[in-house]
Design a protein around this ligand. Structure first.
Ligand SMILES: [Zn+2]
Ligand SMILES: [Zn+2]
Length: 317
């Protein structure tokens, strides 16, 4: 079968690879759609958790053994530790991710633990099914903000989202669906700001001004992390999803003097994955573009080197 293989730092290739060999308890998924994630572009440039050779792809949907439509929850956890028993299996210390620690969805077929399969609602387009996993990240971030703000959560909140890549757009959509009073977004790209406006957000331009109850950072650079604190009202909350840099560089004394808060947000709980599955049907997803698997190496390399600019690229094996 064909697969896009991460073969060396900065290199992906479309190769003929052996068919997946499912272990007991695994199912072979016929991949119908797989999204390319920003984390994979970073990971291919500077290998960290992802070690070549690897078939990446953690955002994917397809058909299961009986031909039924399934979406994969790629978070695998031990199921035994204190975090798993608390329902926090997404921060299990033994966590592994399909497409990061083992072969993922950038292939015609992939074997995954049957326990990772979730049903796709009837009639949901494949393109939307591929965006359930990134949308679940946004649902989790929104719930993190709501939990921090206390009674009433983030209902009616003034929300800012920094960065209108797929995660930022999905954060804006989740906040709007979740009862935010107003959602303002920033990005350097007018096309990305326009996509956010089609979802119902207000475009603030390249930078934030003013103060917000919730600031969601979907970039993760030292500058955006600093902005998420600077533009947070006293006692507000910043939720960080982006992982562009390891540095923060924010005004830590503002956390003391104005009781500002910063929360990290990674992945999602199982219920949030299900919630994302229900929400995604209502959103304008025209900013995601589909490409055949045959073009995968060219598309991935173009995104990695910054020469190609769909907000989100989906592969259709
Ligand atoms: Zn992702
Ligand atoms: Zn665990």
């Amino acid at each position: 079968m064909k697969a896009l293989v991460f073969t060396a730092p900065g290199t992906v290739e479309l190769l003929d690879v052996p068919e997946p060999d499912p272990a007991p308890g695994e199912t072979v998924v016929q991949v119908r759609v797989a999204g390319i994630c920003g984390s994979e572009l970073h990971g291919a440039r500077r290998p960290g958790f992802r070690k070549p050779p690897l078939i990446m792809g953690h955002e994917f949907a397809g058909t299961g053994a009986g031909g039924e439509a399934v979406v994969v929850n790629p978070i695998l956890s031990c199921g035994r530790c204190a975090e798993c028993r608390r329902g926090l299996r997404h921060v299990c210390r033994e966590r592994e991710i399909i497409g990061v620690h083992r072969a993922g969805g950038f292939a015609e077929r992939v074997a995954v633990p049957t326990s990772a399969l979730r049903p796709v609602p009837p009639g949901l387009p494949w393109e939307a099914a591929a965006l359930i996993e990134p949308a679940a990240n946004a649902v989790h971030a929104w719930n993190r903000a709501g939990g921090a703000l206390g009674a009433g959560g983030a209902q009616g909140a003034r929300v800012a989202v920094i960065g209108c890549g797929a995660i930022g757009l999905l954060c804006a959509a989740t906040a709007l669906s979740g009862g935010a009073g107003r959602v303002e977004v920033t990005d350097l790209s007018p096309a990305r700001l326009a996509a956010a406006q089609r979802l119902g957000a207000d475009a603030a331009g390249p930078d934030l001004s003013g103060e917000y109850d919730v600031v969601m950072d979907a970039v993760g650079s030292a500058a955006t992390r600093a902005a998420s604190v600077a533009h947070q009202r006293p006692g507000g909350v910043a939720v960080w999803l982006g992982l562009a840099e390891e540095e923060a560089g924010f005004d830590a004394n503002a956390l003391v003097r104005s009781e500002k808060r910063v929360l990290g947000s990674f992945a999602y709980r199982d219920g949030e994955f299900a919630h994302a599955t229900a929400l995604i049907r209502d959103w304008d997803l025209a900013w995601a573009e589909s490409y055949p698997l045959a073009a995968a190496a060219e598309i991935f390399t173009g995104l990695m080197n910054g020469g190609l600019h769909p907000v989100k690229a989906l592969l259709r094996p």
